[in-house]
Design a protein around this ligand. Structure first.
Ligand SMILES: Nc1ncnc2c1ncn2[C@@H]1O[C@H](COP(=O)(O)OP(=O)(O)OP(=O)(O)O)[C@@H](O)[C@H]1O
Ligand SMILES: [Mg+2]
Length: 258
């Protein structure tokens, strides 16, 4: 069976897409699943930083420009605290590559082919894909081809309003199963978190896959590692485990990836 592709997306930058993706990847790996992570946020790459991975050429960019093979761009994250490696595909952090991406974009059909081949070659259970926030056509094309889309949403009226537009943009192109992932909720959110969940249903017709609070420890780590790997028993990491458990329980349907 092909890997299930889960895309993390958001209306604005800085909502915690990359942080949640990295922590969910660790949690799923701790539970024995084979995970691939792909940094398709080619305008502001960063996934390699959380995993302390080097970022040499060739990267995903070269593959998407048809200038490198898939096996040349795969990195492996290994750690004694994990039962096995995580397969990682970093994007380039070279300025010229980022500018070229903004100018030229990339061939989405190559991305589709690459995701499918990556899942098959490494026998992955789940592929987690980070995207450029907002309305970049590449991000929307990745989202609609996914088996599951998680939209990270912090409790801020600008994000709440913009997420409606983002959902509209996705739904004009396709109907991937889409859920919200609330992030950076005030630690003692209690009824506030619950009212956001109700509001998500009323405003977006969307369910919430998980609610994650703002955690000082995550902010202090400042992307210099993956919190759930360093503190697996911490209550914040257990919230991440709950999100991972919802993903494991989710009834995935075949997607439109070729
Ligand atoms: N739940 C949280 N508690 C505290 N800090 C958090 C939390 N989630 C994310 N952060 C912090 O917020 C900042 C932005 O997070 P991150 O880089 O994951 O956002 P992003 O959505 O990937 O941004 P971009 O769209 O620009 O790539 C980081 O410094 C990260 O450590
Ligand atoms: Mg990011």
């Amino acid at each position: 069976m092909a890997a299930r592709t889960i895309t993390l997306h958001a209306f604005r930058a800085g909502t915690g897409k990359t942080t949640l993706l990295a922590n969910i990847a660790v949690s799923l790996t701790q539970q024995g699943k084979r995970i691939g992570i792909v940094d398709a946020d080619v305008h502001a790459p960063g996934l390699h930083i959380l995993f302390g991975l080097p970022n040499p050429r060739p990267t995903l960019n070269d593959y998407l420009w048809d200038e490198a093979r898939l096996d040349e761009i795969v990195a492996r994250f290994q750690d004694d605290r994990l039962p096995h490696e995580i397969i990682a595909v970093p994007a380039s952090s070279q300025l010229d590559d980022i500018l070229r991406m903004l100018r030229e974009g990339f061939d989405c059909s190559l991305l589709y082919t690459g995701l499918r081949a990556l899942g098959e070659r490494h026998q992955l259970d789940y592929l987690l894909v980070d995207t450029p926030p907002g309305f970049h056509s590449e991000a929307l094309i990745i989202a609609i081809a996914s088996n599951l889309v998680l939209i990270t949403l912090p409790p801020d009226e600008q994000d709440l309003a913009g997420t409606l537009l983002l959902l509209d943009a996705i739904r004009r192109r396709g109907e991937p199963p889409t859920f919200l992932l609330l992030n950076k909720l005030p630690a003692q959110h209690g009824p506030y978190g619950e009212s956001l969940v109700r509001e998500a249903r009323a405003r977006y017709g969307l369910e919430v896959m998980g609610s994650v609070h703002y955690e000082e420890g995550v902010a202090h780590l400042a992307s210099r590692g993956v919190f759930a790997l360093q503190h697996p028993q911490h209550p914040w990491s257990q919230h991440i485990d709950q999100v991972a458990a919802r993903i494991l329980d989710f009834d995935f349907q075949p997607g439109i990836l070729p």
